[in-house]
Design a protein around this ligand. Sequence first.
Ligand code: FDM
Length: 220
Amino acid sequence: EPTKPVARGAFIVVEGLDRAGKTTQVQKLCNNLYADGHNVKAIRFPDRTSPIGKMIDGYLQRKTEMDDHAIHLLFSANRWEKAAWIKEQISKGYTIVCDRYYYSGMVYSAAKHNPALSLEWARTPDVGLPRPDRVVFLNLDAEEAERRGGYGQEKYEKREMQERVRELFLGLMSKGEEESKDMMLFDAGDSAENVSTAIWAEISKVVGSVEAGSWRDLGS
Ligand code: FDM
């Protein structure tokens, strides 16, 4: 249990394309938070360990096929099954650092260009989930992503898909969309050390305000 009494923990999401360095930055952010005396837990979506997560894993590894809407709803359900736990941890004073959330959910599904699956439709099943206090978006151009090495074998690891995903992520930030209020862009093309320093400058302030009780409620 946390030692310092705080109003609540913060809910921080890290988003971005494959190769943008999400895993590294989540780790560095957790280390910085921990060293600064905060209680912190890292999670990721999809959480492939639950029964729903195992269905998602089979789909991503191309072992099973699924309708675009059906897999979208499974990704959302995979967040809903963790929502109560997230709220509980935060109320206990733990700051949660989360690798991907409903921003990935919206843009990866909408990037399929299925005419029956709009960004608007994709947003709906996640309405009501805990709202992050800040979303760190790691932006990387296609060329730099290519320079960092080839993509893996999973479902969405193709260049055309990644480019559409990137455009949709940027669209979420620039179009005055609801999501843009929480998102902050970081240039992931910089060194991991510089990116981590920039993220820490922002997130340390956010977490400080949240713990002091001078921040909005989760979910509002
Ligand atoms: N993904 C992830 C989605 O399509 N929807 C979602 O809601 C989430 C959370 O799944 F291609 C995609 C994004 C990525 C894949 O890969 C998961 P990682 O490497 O486990 O993040």
